[in-house]
Design a protein around this ligand. Structure first.
Ligand code: ATP
Ligand code: MG
Length: 477
């Protein structure tokens, strides 16, 4: 009652008063979307569908971004045409998904996802023992489609043909008030799909929106439900979060909401060591900066950074128990990858990249003979080198070693020979204070080369030069 009264006084409609079956329709003057922010292909898809007699709209995050004056990074389309009907209208269209079919429409490299309006979750949809909806594949009306979307700001439809926005759940008001509000009863929506809790955090950090109190309240209590979500889905959402350009803010918000447990096991421990915090902070800062500069970021580098201090700890322990430096590092990497793979469904390629980056680290200590040249030829040299610089910047190892490698990497052949000569003593002094390096780092120098990376001989320099951004971007493979 009091809430209703307050809303009345403030002039906002209560949820109950809003008819969510009929949209509020806003014309261009009311919503102010700049049509130049739309992609030609999005307009192509909607107009093709409309010409064939179907309804078609840009939907979801793209409409939200358009309303915020931001160019959307991708465009999703919602329609009342079935996947089969959509497919017939486009030359390169593929029906994907078993559970709920959607259509990928391709124009060159550009991919648009076309989804048929979905019906609301029926009470008898199959669920797991915690209430998570397992399958729910019915088509529905546009109003139903809006109702099953996550947040009010993600549930608007834009028709490029008449430039109207259809708003079923007060999304426009919430955009203006910079508020994240879940559609429906928060507890029920999180139970149906716990990933929505991660999405709240991501959008809050990325858009700098505040979380409406009723939307935020259940998260702390319901956070453990994330553990029942298939690892691959959690991983996808984590990746979006880390690649949002606001990774640091997201991670801080995750901690605040108590959502980080179970996502990156032992990240808690890492974040409690000052050096670990510094390293992760630097890594995420540089990731965010790269995203803002329009550069790519490789998931392998990102996860290698997040988990490095865990590797360091285990590496030290294995060496203390008598293992040689290099095998000890591989054992540590195995342990960490095993424990994380299960939780995060780390894809094999990402795991391989992480291992490459980690196992290159002791090789940076070998700065005599042919070793530095060989390392420079490593396919992942730039990623390993960027990683080394992070270790220097965090204070884990001496900055001198990073400076040496920068000079070596950028220098001509004569400079390189001088640099090698300047080391002039058995390497080992380059190691710092972590115990992860030191003289033992060179112990591996007697081993010829890592036995695992045979056949890779593309020049690290070439890779860096080809790519618009250094090193740890997706890489050529
Ligand atoms: P981004 O700009 O980060 O891609 P987005 O809102 O487009 O943000 P997507 O994951 O691409 O996020 O999802 C597209 C749309 O699908 C969302 O805007 C939302 O309407 C709907 N959606 C996605 N995930 C969920 C979910 N877990 N529950 C309900 N609706 C969802
Ligand atoms: Mg999207």
């Amino acid at each position: 009652m009091i809430k209703k009264l307050i809303r009345k006084i403030l002039g906002t409609k209560s949820k109950a008063a809003r008819d969510t079956n009929t949209p509020v329709v806003l014309g261009p003057d009311a919503h102010g979307i700049d049509p130049r922010l739309l992609s030609n292909n999005a307009v192509r898809v909607t107009s093709t569908l409309q010409e064939a007699g179907y309804e078609a709209f840009v939907v979801g995050g793209a409409v939200r971004d358009l309303l915020l004056g931001v160019k959307p990074k991708d465009f999703d389309i919602a329609t009342n045409a079935t996947p089969e009907q959509v497919k017939r209208l486009f030359r390169r269209a593929f029906i994907i998904g078993k559970r709920f079919q959607i259509v990928h429409v391709m124009f060159g490299q550009d991919l648009l996802e076309v989804t048929t309006f979905r019906g609301t979750t029926s009470a008898n949809a199959p669920k797991d023992e915690h209430g998570r909806v397992l399958r729910d594949n019915t088509f529905g009306s546009q109003a139903e489609d809006a109702e099953r979307r996550d947040f009010t700001i993600n549930a608007m439809y834009y028709n490029p043909a008449n430039q109207q926005v259809l708003d079923y759940h007060g999304g426009i008001e919430d955009i203006r008030a910079k508020t994240l509000r879940i559609i429906g009863v928060p507890e029920a929506r999180y139970r149906e799909d716990p990933v929505r809790m991660l999405r709240v955090v991501r959008f809050a950090a990325k858009l700098k929106f505040s979380i409406e109190p009723e939307t935020g309240a259940p998260i702390k209590v319901m956070a453990p439900l994330i553990n029942n979500v298939p690892a691959a889905r959690v991983f996808d959402e984590m990746l979006k979060l880390l690649m949002s350009g606001h990774a640091l803010a997201c991670l801080q918000q995750l901690r605040k909401e108590g959502l980080h447990h179970g996502l990156l096991p032992l990240l808690d421990v890492v974040l409690e060591q000052p050096l670990g915090v510094k390293f992760v902070t630097l890594a995420l800062d540089s990731t965010d900066a790269r995203i803002h500069a329009g550069k790519t970021v490789s998931p392998g580098f990102l996860f290698a950074s997040l988990l490095w201090h865990q590797v360091l700890e285990k590496w030290t322990a294995y060496r203390a128990s008598g293992e040689q430096t290099i095998p000890a590092l591989h054992l540590a990497a195995d342990d960490v990858l095993d424990s994380q793979t299960e939780k995060l469904a780390l894809q094999r390629k990402i795991g391989t990249d992480m291992r490459d980056i980690w196992s290159m680290q002791p090789r940076f200590e070998r700065r005599t003979g042919k070793a530095p040249h060989k390392l420079l030829e490593h396919l992942r040299f730039r990623a390993g080198y960027d990683f080394l610089l992070l270790r220097c910047a965090s204070g884990e190892i001496d900055a001198e070693i990073g400076d040496w490698w920068t000079a070596f990497y950028e220098g001509d052949e004569i400079t390189r020979e001088e640099l090698i000569a300047s080391v002039g003593r058995p390497v080992g002094g380059g190691g710092g204070n972590s115990g992860g390096e030191g003289g033992s780092g060179t112990g591996g120098a007697k081993r010829k080369r890592g036995p695992r990376r045979g056949g890779r001989n593309r020049s690290g320099r070439g890779e860096g030069a080809d790519s618009p951004a250094p090193a740890h971007d997706g890489g050529p493979d």
